[in-house]
Write a protein that binds this ligand. Structure first.
Ligand SMILES: NC(=O)c1ccc[n+]([C@@H]2O[C@H](COP(=O)([O-])OP(=O)(O)OC[C@H]3O[C@@H](n4cnc5c(N)ncnc54)[C@H](O)[C@@H]3O)[C@@H](O)[C@H]2O)c1
Length: 362
């Protein structure tokens, strides 16, 4: 087992990473010395099939626990599920010394984290991530639900007390979800670590990723994210760099309809567009064709659906959290490992998006 300390301005907490470590949940949780008068264990119905009962039984032998499941998928990050979980917490008589545990991917982490951030003005929560993407979502304390007008628009900063990342859980993760997580790994490499990106370029198939490669990706991805959030917990500066690929990515997710395309596939499209704009504005010297072919080989989308209009995507970007006074913020790449934040008028983005879409058709 490896462990890392995440140090933010508001809290320092451990992240434990290792194969099979969920079975040591009792020892790991006990070592945190949290009051845990009661535990609300929150998971989704898919994850529950594989790991829900097992974790419930382990915890139940030591603490008073209730397990609640929500439907699997992005739709669970809704106000209805948020209220359902608040009701469960009240009916199970959680108090301010109780805690919530998120067992699942980014959806469960974001949803359960936001419920914990708001129940009685905030109680402890812990994450047991089960997806590759969660190497990103479980670190840094951003928790949120979606509004029908935009993703993650209702949320908070609420750091978990610990993250227990059993990489063995990835054995049951479907390939498309593995690819979704890989997009965030690639993002971390683009913005921070050229050698890591070169290693990733050697992967040409999702199904051929070895356990060793997976563990390395998670450890490096978490380390990069941890280094950034420790300097800027509330996204007042460099944390915004983590949004590389997300300005268009979030617009695509919302415009296609949540759950239609995975978060990672949308981010992969967003990164390709961000690389195009980086080339136009900063003369970023990357071989975009090579990157596009590599992403395509891995199964990522490389073009937008024809029926989705450029105008509607730009409108979505205008209601993004990062947009200020009608000016759209974009994270661009100067070169691998070096990013910067740029502001553009909607018309400029619309023009570039149109040119980029023409290029896709060639
Ligand atoms: N808070 C943050 O900093 C942050 C960062 C990045 C992404 N996110 C959010 O994360 C979410 C996406 O997370 P995700 O990709 O993990 O999606 P997810 O939580 O929906 O999981 C993907 C699918 O895989 C299933 N699943 C999860 N673990 C499994 C396992 N081990 N075996 C079998 N099936 C399993 C789930 O039931 C679901 O159907 C988005 O809502 C995104 O906004 C948050």
């Amino acid at each position: 087992m490896k462990s890392l300390q995440i140090e933010t301005a508001s809290l320092t907490y451990p992240i434990f990473i290792g194969e099979g470590i969920r079975k040591n949940a009792v020892e790991l949780l006990s070592s945190l010395n949290l009051p845990m008068t009661k535990i609300l264990l929150i998971t989704d119905d898919e994850v529950d099939k594989h790991y829900g009962e097992e974790l419930f039984n382990l915890l139940h032998s030591h603490w008073s626990v209730k397990k609640v499941t929500v439907p699997s998928g992005e739709q669970a990050k809704s106000i209805d599920m948020f209220m359902k979980l608040q009701t469960e917490a009240i009916q199970f008589h959680l108090d301010r010394s109780s805690c919530m545990i998120a067992l699942g991917g980014g959806v469960i982490g974001d949803l359960a984290g936001f419920v914990a951030a708001t129940f009685m003005r905030g109680i402890d929560y812990l994450q047991f991530p089960t997806t590759l993407l969660a190497h990103d979502s479980a670190v840094g304390g951003k928790v949120a639900i979606n509004h029908q007008l935009g993703k993650n628009l209702v949320g908070a900063f609420h750091q978990p007390k610990a993250v227990i990342y059993d990489t063995g859980c990835l054995a049951t993760l479907p390939d498309k979800e593995m690819r979704s997580g890989l997009a965030e790994v690639i993002k971390h490499a683009f913005i921070h670590d050229e050698a890591f990106l070169k290693d990733l370029f050697t992967i040409d198939s999702i199904v051929k990723i070895t356990t060793e490669q997976l563990n390395d990706m998670i450890y490096k991805g978490v380390s990069i994210k941890a280094a950034i959030v420790s300097q800027d917990e509330r996204e007042e500066g460099i944390r915004a760099y983590l949004n590389f690929g997300h300005t268009l990515g979030h617009a695509v997710e919302a415009e296609y309809g949540y759950g239609e395309m995975t978060h990672g596939d949308a981010v992969a499209l967003g990164m390709q567009f961000a690389l195009f704009v980086s080339e136009q504005v900063l003369n970023c010297p990357l071989d975009r064709k090579h990157i596009k072919n590599w992403l395509k080989k891995l199964g990522f989308p490389v073009k937008l659906k024809r029926e989705v209009s450029t105008e509607s995507l730009v409108n979505r970007m205008m209601s993004d959290k990062k947009t200020r006074g009608g000016i759209i913020q974009f994270v661009l790449l100067d070169q691998i490992g070096s990013v910067s934040l740029h502001s553009f008028k909607a018309e400029e983005i619309e023009r570039w998006l149109n040119v980029w879409r023409m290029e896709e058709i060639e």
